[in-house]
Structures are given as C-alpha cells and as structure tokens.
Design a protein around this ligand. Structure first.
Ligand code: NAD
Ligand code: IPM
Ligand code: MN
Length: 353
C-alpha cells in the first residue's frame, strides 16, 4: 500500500509553469511523501485542440487525488480567458471549494512598503468566499451594440454559502495561531452593506448570528473602503478577515502589496474533507513569462500550505523556514530585492531545507 499523497498539478500558463516547477522541486527535496501527476490544461492546450478541462476532469480530481497544485491561467492569445474560467473557476465552483484562504504575512521588514512595520505586525488571513457572489456568471446583455445597451451582472449570496464561510473563518481563527504562537482573537467581516443592502444585509445578519457561537473572539465589522485604508494605515489590528468573493479578490492583492508584492502571496481553495486546490495569488504575468525572473516564493509557500493541509506539518515548516532564510539572506528574485533567477531561487530554497 502506498502511503503517498497524490497531487494533481496544473501549472497553466506564463510564469505559472516556471514557479510551479520550483514548488515541485522544493516539495520533492523536503522528503514529503507525495506523488505528482501533471496535467497540461492551459492556453497552449486550448489553442492546440480547443479543450480546456475534460468533462470528467473535476470528478477525476476529486476521486483520484488528495490535493491539486495550480500555477496560473491567463494568456493574451486567449482574450476571452475562457480556459481560466473553465479550469480555475471550474475547480473552485464545481468542486465546491468554498473557502479561499489567503494569508497576509510579512516575512521581513524590508519587504513592506509601509514605514516602521515589523513582520509580527502583518500577520492576518483573508478568508474569501469562493463559490458565489459576483463570480457566479449570471447576467446578460440586452440591446447589445445599440445606444440603449444594458448589461446586468448578478451578485448571488446564499444563506448557506455565507454561513459556511463565516463559520470557517471562526474555526480557522481557533486553530491557526499567529506566527509567534499568540492565538488569534479577532474576526472581522467586511462588506459594503451601506450600499449593497440586500446582498450584504444577509452577510451582516449571518455574521451576527454565527459570531454568537464564538464568544471567545471579538467579532468586528468594517466597510470595505475603510478596511482598505486601515490595511495600509495599521495592519497590526487584523487577525482574520472574512468577506465575499470579489472583495476578497481585491483586498488580497492589496495584502500581497504589504508582503512585498504578488510574488510573495500564497493561497488555498478549501472544502474541508474534499480534494482542495492550492495556488499562488498572482497570475500568469505575461510580460515577465519565460525570462526566469518570476518570484517562486508565492508558489513554494502555497505548496507548504498544501502539505500542512495534508497533515505533513514537519515538511511544511521546513519549507517555510527555508523560505524565511532565503528572504533574510536575500537569496531571492529581483522583485523582492535579490538578484537570483526563478530557478536559482528555487534551488537555493531546496538546498537549504
Ligand atoms: P499578475 O498577477 O499576473 O501580474 C500583476 C503584476 O505582478 C505584474 O507586474 C507582474 O509582473 C507581477 N507579478 C505577478 N506575479 C509575480 C511573481 N511571481 N514574481 C514577480 N512579479 C510578479 O496579474 P495581471 O497582470 O493582472 O494578470 C495577468 C493574467 O493572469 C491575466 O490573464 C489574469 O486574468 C491572470 N490571473 C490569473 C490568476 C490565477 O490563475 N490564479 C490570478 C490573477 C491573474
Ligand atoms: C485570483 C485571480 C482570479 C480571481 C482570476 C484569474 C479569475 O485574480 O485568483 O485572485 O479573480 O479570482
Ligand atoms: Mn486576484
């Protein structure tokens, strides 16, 4: 019997391919008991034969794999981005991976664009609803191409969807201390209920209800515009932030900025008990693709998240420590102040596990 965990890999497009190769190299060197199977779902594949992901692809992933490691999807040769929609959003929606967990963690002071901010000051997690909201692709256009054109895009928020992700945020806060070991104490829900009265009114009501089940946490609320300002003014105040799909997308790029840029940010798309998917927050970055300059740390930290999710905490911690060492010793790519290439940075981390 093989005890190895089975990982499906879809590196995708652009720098997705480069950074995923480094993440795999690091995981293999860490000694984690995993077995990778690579899938070529990507823009290249789509342009070749018109397929994005096979019809049985999601069932196959759920049945035969313990986790999925993804790079990034997006290619200027596919302007509709249909393959990204079908593969990436397909995994999130069709596999019901409802909690998108995006840690915002500063590894070293020099990486943060803010003044006088220590690593322990930026250590919060955004839990982004991942299966509904403005991403449901419900809507349409009317009288397209005329002066009377109308475009409608629906924002779908269900009681079940809102409740489970809010509960996930509290459970996450319970089980994931800050890096120094200090327990998380605050869970903040952010929305725009002052304008989106129906959709975010539901979020408000559900948050109030669910937070009563977790009296040990301070339950807080901010409108998302004010939150953006506070993330930049004083990131120390946040432990766990829970929000809808679209706001979660936007504030996690802002969060990546606090960590040193998109190349540093990791994420997991999770449904407890189901095959979950792990991907860096960044995209395929076409302008820097194929140049061996993309930062592999977001992808490598993502792989560490995946191993921790699969119960391989020792290997995950080993990788996190080597990443931290790379950052401290500047054995990193140019975007974060080093002078190594993508491959060389990945190799350095693998050698220093
Ligand atoms: P992007 O994240 O690809 O790039 C934004 C900026 O960050 C660029 O300046 C880029 O060079 C830089 N950057 C990103 N990752 C980096 C890394 N690892 N190292 C160094 N610099 C890095 O976002 P974009 O330009 O808005 O989108 C490009 C394509 O990627 C689009 O097709 C978009 O839809 C897609 N996208 C995909 C995902 C995903 O697959 N999860 C996420 C975001 C964007
Ligand atoms: C992300 C990306 C995706 C999103 C795109 C590529 C569909 O920006 O993972 O943050 O909007 O969720
Ligand atoms: Mn995004």
């Amino acid at each position: 019997m093989s005890a190895k965990k089975k990982i499906a890999v879809a590196a995708g497009d652009g720098i997705g391919k480069e950074v995923t190769a480094e993440a795999i190299k690091v995981v293999e060197t860490s000694g984690a008991a995993v077995e990778f199977t690579t899938f070529d779902w990507s823009a290249d594949r789509y342009l070749k034969d018109g397929t994005t992901i096979p019809a049985d692809g999601f069932a196959l992933l759920a049945r035969d794999f313990d986790a999925i490691l993804v790079g990034a999807f997006g290619d200027p040769r596919v302007p509709s981005n249909i393959h990204a929609k079908e593969i990436l959003l397909g995994m999130r929606f069709k596999m019901d991976l409802y909690a998108n967990v995006r840690p915002v963690k500063l590894l070293e002071e020099s990486l943060c664009p803010l003044k006088n901010v220590k690593p322990e000051d930026v250590d919060f997690v955004v839990i982004r609803e991942n299966t509904e909201g403005m991403y449901v692709d419900v809507g349409g256009v009317f009288k397209q191409g005329t002066a009377d054109e109308i475009a409608v895009q629906e924002d779908v928020n269900t009681r079940k969807g809102v409740e489970r992700v809010i509960r996930y945020a509290f459970e996450y806060a319970k089980t994931h201390a800050r890096s120094g070991g200090r327990p998380r104490q605050r869970v903040l829900m952010t929305d725009k209920a002052n304008v989106m009265t129906y959709a975010h009114g539901l979020w408000q009501r559900v948050f109030k209800e669910v937070s009563k089940e977790y009296p040990e946490f301070t339950a807080e609320h901010m409108y998302v515009d004010a939150l953006c300002m506070q993330m930049v003014r004083d990131p120390r105040q946040f432990d766990v932030i829970v929000t809808n799909n679209m706001f979660g997308d936007i504030i996690t790029d802002l969060g990546a900025g606090l960590q040193g840029g998109l190349g540093m940010a990791a994420s997991g798309n999770i449904h407890p008990g189901k095959t979950s998917m792990f991907e860096p927050v960044h995209g395929s970055a076409p302008p820097i693709a194929g140049k061996n300059i993309a930062n592999p740390i977001g992808a490598i930290s993502t792989a560490a998240m995946m191993l921790a999710h699969l119960g391989m905490n020792r290997e995950a911690e080993k990788i996190d420590r080597a990443v931290l060492k790379a950052v401290r010793e500047k054995k990193i790519t140019g975007d974060v102040g080093g002078n190594l290439g993508t491959r060389e940075a990945g190799e350095w981390i693998a050698r220093n596990l």
